[in-house]
Design a protein around this ligand. Structure first.
Ligand code: ADP
Ligand code: MG
Length: 611
């Protein structure tokens, strides 16, 4: 068999996606390989397919039990023998799995990093032909990453103990240069082939909203997406409890996840979501890594997360199946404050020396600032994300709330000058709110206490609404006409560019949303939603529903998540193609031979009934 036959027979796909070919070929040539691809791009196939072609055993190191379980179930569904070795197995199960592995029954086994230096596992590894060690979520080896796991450092020692060095491959979705370099260094990859595929996820629609009433906005959104699977991320446990309870009271099928719940409850809530028993998961960032659920149609951030890395990773859990999905961020000023508190009180840094801890904090504040800018930019959101990860996007994607909004270019030179002059006149001593209140002419105790009512700019912009002023100052910060100190106090300071404004050398223009834009935007969002079932005509909707029901029935019988039976995308294809026989069914993307043998007939029957 060659790689195309494996792809078709086991996974039911006709084509490789961007990056997969190169990575698979490199591994098959026996070269160390590092693949950097965004969430949902299809990294697993990059090591699973070579594993099936190479002979010997591939050991996949993966950080989480749920992740291993999901992948092994998916492989078993596809007709590949695979197993995992981790602490969720009883001693007996563990030894049985190890014995089968020794007998060569599994081409692929998943192992928790903690197991790598245990006696029985080493004993097994020393006497087995290990063709590859694949490190999934490889950023876990890096302290610069967000999910550093000390046990990942055991991987190198393990590899070095093996009698014959296997091919080593590593995969991650984390794109920053530090982390990439760390992975190659720490894992001691030998002249690896490194491939980074585009970070763009064209099927995801991005939007930022700053609603006065977040819950009302959320409610409106989930109403319009009833029956779809979605995740709502909140910054704190309290928000999770609150939002979940209120949605429940509104009659939604919803569950929750955060670190304050007991193990048992977390697990069962997670399963309710994965098995489609609950449509909506409300969670903190504790939820998600290891959730490969492919049919998540939207991810709403109820709060702005701490940085773009987290945002893109969490938002990226939408639409893994490639179908159109939405990523909505509900911004509120309080989110910045909460995140700042998290940074200042981050106990993970306790073990660091004072200097390093300060460097880390500084870096975190900078990341938070970039995240905040994302919420304020009027430029293409996708472009902003891609630039953040070092790619150059187009200035217009046509599939984000900014590209779909009507903007007008407004000259804000005069307001900008007043703001900069105000900062200068108070000798750069105050934060954003004091500055804005001053130019706006607020009569508050604080303003009087700081004697800002005596500032020459006091009240000169009284006619400009505060939200506009906020947009303007954010624009000035974004374009570095002003800056914020990062020692925790966030004082507005002048920069080298400030003078260009006060001297009247520079005209400052800004893209502002047109006031009458709201309706059209809403309209476009619903239109965006329709794209979800792209290629599915209204006439085919009932068939899609029927097939989903059948899928649920099978999932219940087999005790696997519905999306492991067939993905939404595969069901859509079936509705479009309406296959009448085995050959027709096998031409549907996502239907491999093994799955056809198991479920093909039942789906064919259902389709014929409806035709
Ligand atoms: P990642 O680990 O990169 O986040 P996964 O390996 O979990 O992504 O793959 C995401 C989804 O994409 C899975 O449902 C997988 O079956 C699907 N997929 C992977 N490769 C292909 C392909 N070549 N064609 C179609 N679907 C694919
Ligand atoms: Mg993965």
């Amino acid at each position: 068999m060659d790689k195309y036959e494996v792809l078709k027979q086991y996974f039911g796909y006709d084509e490789f996606r961007d990056g997969q070919n190169v990575l698979i070929d490199s591994i098959l040539e026996g070269r160390d390989t590092l693949g950097i691809m965004p969430t949902g791009a299809g990294k697993s196939l990059c090591y699973q397919i070579p594993a099936l072609l190479m002979g010997g055993i591939t050991i996949v190191v993966s950080p989480l039990i749920s992740l291993m379980k999901d992948q092994v179930e998916a492989l078993n569904q596809a007709g590949v023998h695979a197993a995992y070795l981790n602490s969720s197995l009883t001693v007996n199960q563990y030894y049985t799995a190890l014995r089968y592995a020794k007998e060569g029954r599994y081409p692929i086994i998943y192992v928790a990093p903690e197991r790598l230096d245990t006696g029985e596992f080493l004993d097994f590894a020393m006497h087995t032909d290990i063709s590859m060690v694949a490190v999934d979520e490889a950023h876990c080896v890096s302290q610069w990453g967000q999910d550093f796991r000390p046990s990942y450092l055991k991987i190198v020692t393990f590899i070095e103990k093996l009698p014959k060095r296997p091919v080593v491959s590593a995969f991650t979705a984390t794109a920053t240069a530090e982390v990439r370099a760390d992975i190659a260094d720490i894992l001691r990859l030998r002249e690896p082939l490194v491939t980074t595929t585009g970070f763009d996820r064209p099927n995801l629609y991005f939007a930022v909203q700053s609603p006065k009433d977040k819950f009302a906005a959320l409610l409106n959104y989930v109403e319009r997406h009833k029956g779809e699977s979605g995740i709502i991320y909140c910054l704190t446990r309290k928000y999770v409890e609150d939002v979940c309870a209120r949605l429940q009271a509104e009659g939604f099928s919803v569950t929750r996840y955060h670190a304050g719940l007991g193990d048992g409850e977390r697990k069962s809530n997670q399963e309710d979501f994965i098995y489609d028993r609950a449509d909506i998961m409300v969670a903190t960032n504790a939820f998600g890594m290891g959730i490969d659920k492919s049919n998540v149609r939207y991810v709403v951030h109820y709060n702005m997360p701490k940085n773009m890395e987290s945002y893109y990773q969490e938002a990226g859990r939408a639409g893994r199946d490639g179908e159109a999905s939405e990523c909505i961020l509900l911004y509120g000023g309080q989110d910045v404050v909460t995140n700042q508190l998290f940074i200042d009180n981050n106990r993970e840094n306790d073990e660091l020396d004072e200097f390093t801890a300060e460097v880390v904090k500084e870096r975190d504040r900078e990341r938070l600032r970039k995240m905040t800018f994302y919420c304020f930019t009027n430029e293409c959101l996708r472009d902003y994300i891609l630039r953040y990860f070092g790619e150059y996007g187009e200035n217009y994607c046509g599939n984000c709330s900014n590209c779909l909004s009507q903007f007008e270019t407004v000259d804000v030179t005069e307001s900008a000058a007043a703001v900069v002059n105000c900062v200068s006149a108070c000798r750069q001593r105050y934060g954003i709110n004091v500055i804005l209140d001053t130019v706006h002419g607020a009569n508050t105790a604080k303003i009087r206490q700081y004697r800002m009512d005596e500032n020459p700019q006091y009240g000169v912009l009284a006619k400009v609404p505060l939200y506009r002023l906020r947009q303007i100052i954010n624009h000035l910060l974004l374009k570095e006409y002003l800056m914020l100190t990062t020692d925790g106090y966030s004082i507005v300071k002048l920069t080298e560019k400030s003078r260009q404004i006060t001297c009247g050398e520079e005209q400052i223009t800004m893209k502002m949303p047109k006031e009458a834009e709201k309706e059209t935007k809403k309209h476009k969002e619903t239109k965006g939603k329709k794209k979800k079932t792209a290629g599915l005509s209204a006439a085919d909707e009932p068939m899609f529903e029927k097939l989903r029901e059948l899928r649920m029935e099978i999932a219940r019988e087999e005790k696997v998540p519905p999306y492991l039976v067939f993905s939404d995308k595969t069901l859509v294809h079936m509705c479009v193609e309406k296959p009448a026989d085995r050959a027709g069914m096998l031409s549907v993307s996502g239907v491999g031979e093994y799955k056809y043998e198991k479920y093909g007939e039942r789906f064919l029957e259902e389709i014929q009934k409806l035709c």
